[in-house]
Design a protein around this ligand. Structure first.
Ligand SMILES: Nc1ncnc2c1ncn2[C@@H]1O[C@H](COP(=O)(O)OP(=O)(O)OP(=O)(O)O)[C@@H](O)[C@H]1O
Length: 236
């Protein structure tokens, strides 16, 4: 490890161009993305809307490198996105969360830091602070299987934020939260953008759209500005 290796990367733009994704199916191919162009700048909090089945999760998977488009490109800064990107370049909260079941909540949150070379004690302190922020300080020593889904969701968000990634992508991060807990998650997402991160959140939740700088809608495999945002051309 070289000195400073675990430092967060600088601000970087998420940029997708001409994304096309077709899922082969015996009943007829499903063309989910039909030429998606998308840019999220550092400091921007953008929400992605669209009816159920419109392809939001499929787009998220391509944007973070979990899936490959049939054509088109995704870049973060000057780097082509692949699934090997470090957490500090692109961190994701997928719908399935992907927490490590053998690790406690605190260990899950510390993991990206430890893998990035942060000393264990420093990583543990950061994890403790982040879990307290999402109101999980009291259950930091529990494993994912001992937590509710909504609690696991907040662990996954804290884990994604811990390495201070240039790009943060979350898929329905408030889907299982009550109205008292949702603001905690919104604050964390918002703060990440204020700190210079490019934040993209796929959601059906109006509470998330309301705090975003900009909302885009996925419809028929292409993105369009929502009516609510057409008059708003610049971030807050
Ligand atoms: N691996 C796959 N093979 C075939 N079809 C798929 C596959 N994954 C997704 N699809 C189809 O692609 C479409 C988009 O699915 P996706 O999960 O991206 O929707 P979504 O907008 O995230 O929905 P929701 O809001 O319900 O989470 C759906 O019609 C789905 O059935």
């Amino acid at each position: 490890m070289t000195p400073g290796e675990h430092a967060p990367v600088g601000p970087a733009t998420l940029r997708a161009a001409g994304l096309r994704r077709v899922f082969p199916h015996p009943g007829g191919d499903v063309e989910v993305l039909r030429g998606v162009d998308l840019t999220v700048e550092p400091g921007e909090f953008v929400t992605l809307a669209g009816r159920s089945g419109s392809g939001k999760s499929a787009l998220v998977a391509v944007l973070c490198g979990f899936d490959r488009p049939d054509s088109g490109t995704v870049h973060i800064g000057g780097d082509r996105v692949t699934q090997d990107l470090p957490w500090r370049t692109c961190a994701v909260v997928p719908q399935s969360l992907g927490l490590t079941p053998e690790l406690t909540a605190a260990e899950n949150v510390a993991l990206p830091l430890v893998l990035g070379g942060v000393p264990a004690s420093e990583a543990a302190a950061t994890a403790e602070a982040l879990l307290s922020r999402v109101q999980l300080g009291a259950v930091a020593d529990r494993r994912p299987g001992e937590l509710s889904f909504g609690q696991q969701q907040r662990v996954a968000l804290a884990r994604a934020v811990s390495p201070r990634p240039a790009v943060l992508i979350a898929d329905e991060p408030t889907a299982h939260l009550d109205t008292g807990t949702t603001p905690v998650v919104l604050d964390m997402l918002r703060d990440h953008a204020v700190g210079g991160g490019a934040v993209l959140v796929a959601t059906h939740d109006d509470a998330v759209h309301q705090v975003a700088d900009r909302r885009i809608d996925l419809s028929d495999g292409v993105l369009e500005l929502s009516a609510a945002n057409r008059s708003t051309t610049s971030p807050r």
